[in-house]
Write a protein that binds this ligand. Structure first.
Ligand code: TXA
Ligand code: MG
Length: 310
């Protein structure tokens, strides 16, 4: 999608006035507001019906801006150099001069930060004098949006503006890693954990278990398409939508192929839009064939597992 300066100007105008707007990122669309303003970020929680106890990710343009709010450490520097901007979120300690709204962090002393790669969003961030807090732009527990029209579906004219950046390239939320002490993965996502481990030179503890409370968004009911979903299905029921990774010989109108070439990245990119489409077509349940649990396939399976708790 092409850069349109007048749209970016419009987005800046609304953010400067402390409104919430929809923004594109390479992972999923966000519901954004000035992270330094209590007044602005309060609106995010209200619009999303999000519990106050669930903190927000703050999006920065670069490491210099981050340095004003957070304490930077060595593991962070290594990963930042290699993967940012990109689909990885870091948990860091706040510094004592931080201007981040206490509402963003639920008064905790740490912050989830991310450097998004989406070109249009980067252009916007460069023009702002503050970072932006942005959770995924969906009502809590529902499917995350991967194009502007998905955001519209959830919020309609309750938000002032959606900055259209086309379809998200990655299609799954960022991978979250806690770097305050020994690195821990809090959420699987758009960046494979094996690549992070390679850069840090060691195995990283996986803390993505939904029973643990470290990442509040790791609750069981999450990423739900709103209808029942079953995993590892060999034979779907008669009226069920069936999601597959690659084309089968004996296809049928209720079969949906996540990838043309049996490619997991392409499958990740299509997952949320397929779930949304299937729901909107009126299907009452979804069956998914077994997805290879390697690389980004692990993130796909994580989301499917949570969606299946409906
Ligand atoms: O790709 C993404 O990360 C997208 C785009 C818009 O950037 N954002 C996103 O935000 O997925 P959200 O709010 O839907 O998910 C953020 C997750 C939540 O599960 C939240 O509990 C967790 O991050 N989180 C936020 N701040 C945290 C913190 N300080 N410590 C631990 N977990 C945190
Ligand atoms: Mg979310």
């Amino acid at each position: 999608m092409k850069l349109n300066q007048s749209n970016i100007k419009k987005a800046k105008k609304y953010l400067d006035k402390n409104y919430c707007i929809g923004i594109p990122t390479e992972t999923v669309y966000g519901l954004a507001a000035n992270a330094y303003s209590n007044y602005a970020v309060k609106k995010i929680f209200k619009l999303k019906k999000r519990p106050k106890s669930n903190p927000l990710i703050v999006h920065y343009s670069n490491i210099d801006d981050l340095g004003k709010d957070c304490l930077i450490n060595n593991n962070f520097l290594k990963l930042y150099k290699k993967f940012s901007p990109g689909p990885i979120t870091y948990i860091l300690n706040l510094n004592k001069n931080s201007k981040i709204s206490k509402i963003v962090t639920n008064k905790e002393n740490n912050l989830a930060v991310r450097f998004p790669k989406h070109k249009i969003l980067r252009e916007l961030l460069n023009k702002l004098s503050y970072p932006i807090a942005a959770p995924s732009a969906n009502i809590s527990t529902k499917l995350s949006p991967v194009q502007a029209s998905d955001v519209k579906e959830d919020f309609g004219n309750k938000i002032k503006y959606i900055l259209d950046g086309g379809k998200c390239n990655i299609g799954l939320e960022s991978t979250i890693i806690d770097l305050r002490n020994k690195p821990k993965v809090l959420r699987l996502g758009g960046l494979e954990v094996s690549r992070i481990e390679k850069v840090l030179g060691k195995k990283i503890k996986n803390n993505t278990n939904p029973k643990k409370k470290n990442a509040p968004g790791q609750s069981r009911l999450h990423y739900s398409p709103g209808i029942p979903l079953r995993m590892n299905v060999v034979k779907p029921k008669k009226n069920e939508a069936y999601i597959l990774l690659k084309k089968k010989k004996n296809s049928s109108s209720n079969y949906f192929y996540l990838s043309k070439k049996n490619n997991l990245k392409e499958a990740a990119k299509n997952l949320y839009s397929f779930l949304r489409k299937i729901k909107n077509k009126g299907y009452k349940s979804i069956a998914v064939e077994k997805i290879r649990n390697i690389g980004i396939g692990q993130s796909i399976n994580d989301r499917l597992k949570r969606a299946s708790k409906f």
